[in-house]
Structures are given as C-alpha cells and as structure tokens.
Design a protein around this ligand. Structure first.
Ligand SMILES: Cc1cc2nc3c(=O)[nH]c(=O)nc-3n(C[C@H](O)[C@H](O)[C@H](O)COP(=O)(O)O)c2cc1C
Ligand SMILES: Nc1ncnc2c1ncn2[C@@H]1O[C@H](COP(=O)(O)OP(=O)(O)OP(=O)(O)O)[C@@H](O)[C@H]1O
Ligand SMILES: [Mg+2]
Length: 508
C-alpha cells in the first residue's frame, strides 16, 4: 500500500508517530462499526485529503489484519459524503470530483446545509460514525476528542477525528512525503479554505511583486501554522487580503481606549506562600510595575496549587480585569497546575502545543519526548506564545490571561521588560499616562483628620486619597494619586488649607 510504504520509508519520526496514532483510531473505528455504518466527510480541503489517504491505508491494514486481503490493492468502500455549496471555490469542487474518480469513492453529494443533510442521510442509511478531518486549532475542534458524539441538537452519530492532534506542519509533511495530489489553491497562497466569500490567500505568504498581480508562496511554506486561518475573513467584514483579522488581533480597540483606565488582577499560585514558608516577592513587585505604567491593580490573590482553586480565581478575574497575571505553578511537576487551571476557567482542554514543545526541547534536551511532555500542554485554541529573543521560552497568553514563569524578582524584571518591549506602545499591555503622586505626613490624630479628609474625597473624586501609618503611635501618612499632576497638587493644597500652617509635611 503506497501510503503506508511512503511513511515507513520516511525518516520523519514525528510524522510516523502521528500516522500510527491516526491509523490506530481508524482501525478501532472499523473494529467498532461495520463498513456500512461508517462514512467519510470529504470536501477537497487539505485536512480531508490527508484523511482520505489515511482511511485508504487504515482500511487496507484493517483488512490485512483480518486476513481478508492478500496484499493486493483493494478499492475503497467507505461511503463518502460531500456537502456541495454554491459558494465553494471551483478549484475545490473540481478537485473533489476528480479525486473521487481517481480513488473510486462512492460519493453522496448533499446540497442542503450540514444539519438537515445529515438528518436525511442518517434516516436513509445505517450510518453511525463519520470520519472528519477536524484538527486542534480549528474553531470547531474545541472540546472534541478523537471519538466525540455529535453535539446536542444534531442527529446522533459518532464523530471520529483521527487527525485531531495533527498540526499544520504534520499535514504538509504527510501530503509531501506521500506525494499525493492536493487542491491547486494551496499552491496559490491559500492555507485554509472556506467559502469564496470568506477566504482569501494568506497575506503572510505574499511575495512582493512589481507586476500588478500579487503573487503568493505555496501553503506548505507558511512558517507558523497557528496563522493558517489568517486568510479567513471575519464574517460581515469587507474582503481585504492585506490586513487579516487574525494578525490585527484587536489592537484597534486598544488604541481607541488609550485614555481609559486599565485594570489588572494578579494571582499567585503557591501552597508555600500560604503556609508562610516562602515570602511572596512577585505580587508586590508586579503591582509596582503595573502602577509605573499607569495601570491599576484591582485585586491580588494567592491560591493553592490546585486546578479548581486556580480556575475559580481566573474565572473571577478575567471578566473584571483588562489583564490577569499569573505566576507560580508553572512546570512539569504534580503541583504545576496553572495551565490546567487556566484551561478549566476558559472551558477548554489542555492540548500539546508543537511550537512550545520545540522551545522546551531546546532548553531541556530530548529527555521529554513529543506528546508525553506535560509542560508542552497548553489551553487549546486560546493560547498565544509571546516570543522575545531574550526569553529562552516564550510567555503564555490565553485571551487576557498572562502566565509568567518567573520565580523571583530578577526573573520577573526580565520577563516584564520583554513584555513591555513586545507590546510596544499600543499592544495589550499598553503604557498609559502614569500616576502622579504626593505624600504628606502629620502628627494630627485620626479623629482630627477624618472629617476634613472625607470632604476632600468628595471634592476630588478623580484622585485616590489614601491613609496609612507604619505604626499606631507614629505619624499618619496621607497619599494622593492621580493622572493629572495639577489636580494632585490642588488636592494637597486644599487639605493643607483646612488645617493650621505646618500641620503637614511632604515626604517621598
Ligand atoms: C459530517 C459533519 C458533522 C458535523 N457535526 C457537527 C456536530 O456534531 N456539532 C457541531 O456543532 N457542528 C458539526 N458540524 C459542523 C462543523 O463543526 C462546522 O461548523 C463546519 O465544518 C463548518 O466549518 P467552517 O465554518 O470552518 O467552514 C459537522 C459538519 C460535518 C460536515
Ligand atoms: N462541505 C463539506 N463537505 C464534507 N465535509 C466537510 C465539508 N466541510 C467540512 N467538512 C469536514 O470538516 C473537516 C474540517 O473542515 P476544514 O475546513 O477545517 O478542513 P479542510 O477543508 O479539510 O482543510 P482547510 O483547513 O484547508 O480548509 C473536513 O476535513 C471535512 O471532514
Ligand atoms: Mg475547509
């Protein structure tokens, strides 16, 4: 069988592992369901093309194991379904029909929507399981396993996803190693194909050209598979191939809010801090750093090394803060539960991240191999790696949650500087107008100062006016914080006026 042979002869260890796992899933499905009970959902896309050849190989190997085959090539009896729509690219349509002919597929063409098409199909055929080319990173993959029952509201069948854990790079390694045909659009800069209305070539593959027609490199040259959907245009937005929504990443909204208040929450993960064995340096240090760029820390907490404790706190903070910073509990140990807690808070699972794995391999060496590297498991579909040349391993950002791997103040200093550099003046950690502050001390009693201070707070609602003392007997310190230095000064003067001259002195 030519596919099996091509993989066995290849020296790509990773591809072999992915292939063997996918074949295992296919063989289990063929053992669980009869051939009449399975179907293959094929649409001419790259992922379903990979799946077609895996199914051909898997079916062949299944037959060999059952001693039904003498090794001679057999045809492909798995029912194939294609939902043909009027908005499909003609190249995709032609490729799907041509491939069906080449491999003798029994193809059912369905011209209604997925749900009603499947309802009708399942009524007329004994189908119980459908093979799909869904992969981690596809928006529809969230929450799916290799065997996942169809969603509530859909007709009942088993979704079988043999290439769920394949990356973009794995897909291309397979197609090129097996030298199989794929749709011509992938040689013209398309990296993931939807309908003609929502798909353009991936701008990251554009070659600058002097002629009027823009040229693109082939899909397999995309260096970062996480950007495969950068050629998908957001629904309801005009087609614009030069500025993809995936790359823009919501920065416009940050820019337009440059003058508003930004708030952060800080979560430390560490039983040791709670036991009092270790003194927390990172929380206070982060507060200072955030304050220095004009942010307001609205909450700091320390939670136990326990997935639910982390998840509950992240869930609470992520909706009320612009950014949530987490530190502690990062690594491969049993107590390193931070990633799992973040995943749980967002309702996604942990999945292997190939790119992160590569960084860890460079750092740790080959002690941790491929899929078994627990540290390389990150919240699926929501993780962005923040790269900086000074960081041996990128930082992890899941929506508005940033996981810092620092364990002491100097490591934090470095990671913070990288974050600030990375996000520049208009990124997610936008530097806004910093706080201006003044402090006064006084030997007046609390009782004497209380009422005038309350009034002052009403007169200056734009200032934070706080009081603290370093000892019960020592002087009272009154602090003024605000974005407008002249208002801070006015607040200070207004307080001094309420008392005799010399009642207050300014301190740093
Ligand atoms: C055979 C088949 C089965 C599907 N089953 C489900 C399902 O159980 N639940 C669901 O939410 N979507 C299901 N879908 C829809 C897909 O998740 C997804 O919406 C569709 O592939 C369109 O993807 P696109 O928007 O990226 O083009 C199914 C699609 C196909 C073709
Ligand atoms: N119109 C369709 N007809 C049949 N199956 C479909 C259709 N659209 C999607 N599918 C199934 O869903 C899977 C995932 O679709 P998706 O668009 O993510 O992948 P693809 O089309 O194979 O590749 P690409 O990401 O390059 O578009 C497909 O591999 C296929 O199994
Ligand atoms: Mg597609």
């Amino acid at each position: 069988m030519e596919i099996d042979k091509a993989i066995r002869e290849s020296d790509d260890k990773r591809l072999k592992t992915k292939y063997n796992n996918a074949i295992y899933v296919i063989k289990r499905a063929l053992a669980l369901y009869s051939i009449e009970e399975v179907a293959f959902s094929f649409n001419g896309g790259k992922d379903s093309t990979v799946l077609l050849h895996l199914l051909r190989a898997g079916y062949f190997l299944h037959r060999v194991e059952q001693s039904c085959s003498n090794g001679v090539q057999i045809d492909f009896p798995i029912r194939t379904i294609y939902f043909e729509s009027t908005s499909v690219f003609p190249e995709i349509n032609t490729f799907t029909y041509d491939t069906s002919k080449t491999y003798g597929l029994q193809m059912d063409i369905i011209r209604t929507d997925f749900k009603s098409g499947l309802e009708a199909l399942l009524k007329s055929k004994p189908i119980r399981a459908i093979f799909l080319g869904v992969r981690i990173g596809d928006p529809t993959a969230v929450g799916q396993e290799q065997f996942s029952p169809s969603s509530p509201g859909w007709p009942p069948f088993m979704r079988v996803n043999p290439i769920l854990d394949w990356s973009y790079r794995d897909v291309w390694a397979f197609l090129l190693t097996c030298k199989v045909q794929y749709c011509s659009l992938y040689d013209q800069g398309y990296t993931s194909i939807g309908s003609i209305y929502d798909t353009v070539p991936n701008a990251l593959l554009s070659i600058s050209s002097t002629s009027s027609k823009e040229k693109f490199k082939p899909a397999y040259l995309l260096p970062d598979g996480r950007l495969e959907r950068a050629g998908r245009v957001k629904k309801n937005s005009p087609l614009d191939g030069t500025r993809s929504p995936a790359v823009n990443n919501g920065l416009d909204s940050v820019n337009s809010h440059k003058n508003r208040m930004f708030t952060a929450s800080i979560i430390g993960v560490g039983d040791e801090i709670l036991f009092g064995t270790v003194e927390d340096q990172l929380g206070p240090s982060l507060c200072k750093k955030l304050h220095s760029i004009g942010w307001m820390t609205s909450r700091t907490t320390v939670v136990r090394n326990d997935i639910d404790s982390v998840a509950e706190e992240v869930d609470r903070c992520k909706s009320v803060s612009d950014l949530v910073f987490l530190y502690g509990g990062v690594g491969p140990l049993h107590s390193d539960v931070t990633s799992a807690g973040v995943a749980k808070a967002f309702g996604v699972r942990l999945a292997p991240d190939e790119e992160f794995e590569e960084f860890l391999r460079h750092l740790i060496g080959d002690h941790c191999t491929g899929d078994r590297n627990e540290m390389a498991q990150l919240p699926e579909g929501i993780t962005e790696l923040l790269h900086h040349e000074k960081l041996p391993v990128p930082l992890i950002k899941c929506c508005n949650v940033i996981v810092l791997s620092a364990t002491n103040a100097s490591e934090l200093e470095k990671q913070w500087d990288c974050l600030i550099e990375l996000t520049g003046s208009d990124g997610f950690l936008v530097t806004i107008e910093s706080y201006s502050s003044k402090r006064l001390t006084t030997n007046l009693t609390d009782v004497e100062t209380a009422q005038p201070l309350s009034k002052l707070c009403l007169e200056f609602p734009d200032l934070y006016i706080g009081c603290f003392r370093r000892s019960r007997q020592g002087p009272l310190v009154i602090s003024f914080e605000g974005k407008d230095p002249s208002r801070v000064q006015a607040g200070v003067e207004a307080l001094c006026k309420k008392f005799n001259a010399g009642a207050f002195s300014e301190v740093n």
